[in-house]
Design a protein around this ligand. Structure first.
Ligand code: GLY
Length: 311
């Protein structure tokens, strides 16, 4: 049994392992771990207290994938419900669909009995307002909802250093089944309705018991363009080791042409429980806990540089 997670999953990884130790499935473990991150008011890139979009609205993306069946569920651009991962799981388990977005996801969350909640905290609102007011004249900031040229202000969201943050969890249970979950509030100050890789199976999240799983944090648009999580699993299917597969998928991102290339981080697990992390820059770690460990440990991510190409 093993759980691996992005660094900000520290608050949830022990609960996730506890679920496995109690006989829970990999899907149960991934959901349990991510819920604690989604509820954490100090985590501004996921769930409650996530940083908002350009209009000051918190929009969440999340997905979950069962590597045994390849069943998947996701929600995107969803407002008002903090436990996006649990709603994604309900999509997977109740509906014949894989993805619900915006009002449809919110409607389904209400139908499933999830509690509606204001996700924007004072602290997150203050950071948003301060950043926008630095560049935006007051007559625009005070009437954001009525703006017909909002696209011009997306440049405020296009700060490659700020446009990041997501939680990844991958678990393998006592039966050897693998599941992968991802949850985020997405790019800070993004254009309303922007959907990132976290909601897209194959981009930010992929799991297949036969080969392994991978999950991404970073510039979601890159992972969408590169189908990154699926690529890693596919490279393993083609016979590459976990490390070779991760490096190759990162190199694919560096090979992308065009603009808006920045940072990427990936965690990945193979079907034998071997794990690895990858990062486009130095100094980043991920965490892991096996069934015989009482606390999680940290491991360095393998660095595969991606040249920033922005405007
Ligand atoms: N990777 C998270 C996002 O781009 O929304």
């Amino acid at each position: 049994m093993i759980v691996i997670a992005s660094h900000n999953g520290a608050i949830g990884i022990q609960e996730s392992m506890y679920v496995l130790q109690q006989g829970g499935t990999a899907v149960d473990a991934v959901e349990a771990g991510i819920r604690l991150v989604e509820a954490n008011p100090d985590e501004h890139t996921v769930g409650y207290s996530g940083y908002p979009n350009l209009l000051g609205e918190v929009e969440l993306d999340a997905s979950i994938m069962n590597g045994r069946t390849l069943e998947s569920g996701s929600v995107g651009a969803m407002k008002g419900y903090p436990y996006a991962i649990s709603i994604a799981r309900k999509v997977m388990e109740i509906l014949p669909h894989v993805m619900l977005v915006a009002e449809g996801a919110e409607r389904f969350a209400a139908e499933m009995g999830f509690k509606k909640q204001d996700l924007l905290t004072e602290e997150a609102r203050a950071v948003w307002a301060r950043r926008l007011q630095q560049d935006m004249p007051a007559h625009i900031f005070d009437h954001l909802q009525e703006q017909t040229e909002l696209r011009h202000w997306v440049r405020l969201a296009s700060d490659p250093e700020r446009a990041k943050g997501t939680v990844n969890f991958i678990a393998q249970d006592a039966h050897g089944d693998i599941a992968c979950g991802v949850s985020t509030s997405g790019w800070v100050w993004k254009y309303p309705g922007r959907l990132g890789d976290s909601a897209i199976i194959g981009a930010g999240n992929y799991a297949d018991n036969r080969y392994g799983a991978a999950a991404c944090t970073g510039m979601g648009e890159m992972a969408i363009r590169g189908a990154t999580a699926h690529s890693i699993v596919f490279y393993m299917k083609m016979g590459l080791s976990l490390q070779e597969a991760g490096k190759r998928a990162m190199e694919d991102l560096n090979d992308l042409d065009g603009r808006f290339l920045s940072m990427m981080r990936i965690i990945a697990l193979d079907s034998n429980g071997k794990h690895a992390g990858f990062s486009s820059s130095e100094g980043h770690t991920y965490i892991f806990q096996t069934g015989d460990m009482s606390t999680p440990d940290e491991a360095a991510r393998i660095v595969v540089p991606i040249q920033t190409r922005w405007e």
